[in-house]
Design a protein around this ligand. Structure first.
Ligand SMILES: C[S@@+](CC[C@H](N)C(=O)[O-])C[C@H]1O[C@@H](n2cnc3c(N)ncnc32)[C@H](O)[C@@H]1O
Length: 318
């Protein structure tokens, strides 16, 4: 880790007022992300995954009236919540709050929608929010019964139900293997095709659980449906393609000295982020700020189990 960060940031233990304000959602690696972004008063920062505004509101607090915070999210429901959590905070001086622009769209469009060399920092905290996971009607969770949807933007694209019921067995197995890194993908795909139509998350869980019983202690540690749910979610939301498009655009939209900070939650994402930053460094576009990914401390993992799998990488535009 390179120690050149945080010059303009007051000492802070990462447990600010925002965490309590965004009820039910605890931002992951919050202090670390803010430190690596080196948020400067008056700067322009883009949060590519504004979610419930946990990271965004901490950035906004540090920008003051001359600053600009731009937030993207695919999920209109998340943006509604972010609009509240990114309002002037109780801790800011009256009137000293940045312009906040919230945009409903994919971060894959940043290259087209954001001016070149205009950002002092770009943050992406990938994956799903607690709002999405916690709402059975969205179909993201294998722990609650709901319709098989899984779209981050419920206004567009194919649902998980359409994918599960319309892909042929081989395509389904490939999706489960490629995006879920599930070794039992063929067996699961065969069982899914036989059980069609599958309309709910519970039905999906039951079919997978019967087809892929844990064979050893390691497999018993995670729910048998974990990898298939991850695969379907990534496929439905084109998550890896979007991430590649974001990483391709990042060096163009950052100013020299601007910071790119990405938090990922599984190895497929982290590999893409690592390779993009390393390739950028080889081409002289970036200075790497993290040789190894930053992970959550034990204390954060205890408070917020979701942080256990988080990996954060950061780079500075040269
Ligand atoms: C982990 S949450 C972000 C939480 C946020 N950092 C906070 O503290 O409240 C990820 C968010 O990114 C959004 N998202 C995922 N992929 C996206 C994409 N390609 N474009 C825009 N938003 C995306 C999801 O809808 C979700 O709201």
């Amino acid at each position: 880790m390179v120690a050149d960060f945080g010059q303009n940031i007051p000492e802070w233990d990462g447990r600010g007022s925002t965490e309590k304000a965004v009820v039910g959602h605890v931002p992951v690696l919050l202090k670390e992300a803010i430190d690596f972004l080196a948020v400067t008063r008056g700067g322009t920062y883009l949060d590519a995954t504004v979610g419930l505004g946990g990271h965004s509101s901490e950035i906004a607090k540090r920008l003051g009236a001359p600053g600009h915070l731009i937030g993207f999210d695919k999920d209109a429901a998340a943006l509604e919540r972010a609009a509240v959590s990114c309002q002037p905070s109780a801790v800011s001086e009256p009137g000293d709050w940045p312009t906040v622009t919230l945009i409903h769209g994919s971060f894959a469009e940043i290259g087209k929608r954001v001016e070149a060399a205009s950002l002092d920092g770009l943050l992406a905290d990938l994956g799903v929010s607690s709002l999405q996971l916690g709402d059975p009607a969205r179909g993201f969770s294998f722990q609650a019964d709901g319709p098989l949807d899984m779209r981050m933007n419920p206004q567009s694209g194919r649902t998980a139900e359409q994918v599960v019921n319309h892909l042929d067995e081989r395509e389904l197995a490939d999706v489960i293997y490629e995006f879920g890194e599930e070794r039992r993908s063929r067996r699961i795909a065969r069982a899914l095709v036989r059980a069609r139509p599958i309309l709910t998350t519970k039905q999906l869980v039951d079919v997978i659980s019967a087809a892929a019983r844990p064979m050893n202690q390691a497999e018993r540690r995670i729910h048998p449906a974990t990898r298939t749910f991850q695969a379907l979610r990534i496929f439905v939301n084109r998550e890896l393609d979007d991430l590649k498009a974001l990483l391709e655009a990042a060096p163009r939209v950052l100013k020299p000295g601007g910071r790119l900070v990405v938090i990922s939650f599984h190895s497929l994402e982290d590999r893409i982020v690592k390779d993009a930053m390393r390739d950028g460094a080889k081409q002289g576009l970036y200075r790497l700020l993290t040789k190894k990914p930053v992970t959550a401390a034990e204390e954060e993992i205890e408070r917020n189990p979701r942080s256990r799998s988080a990996k954060m990488r950061a780079a500075e535009k040269v």
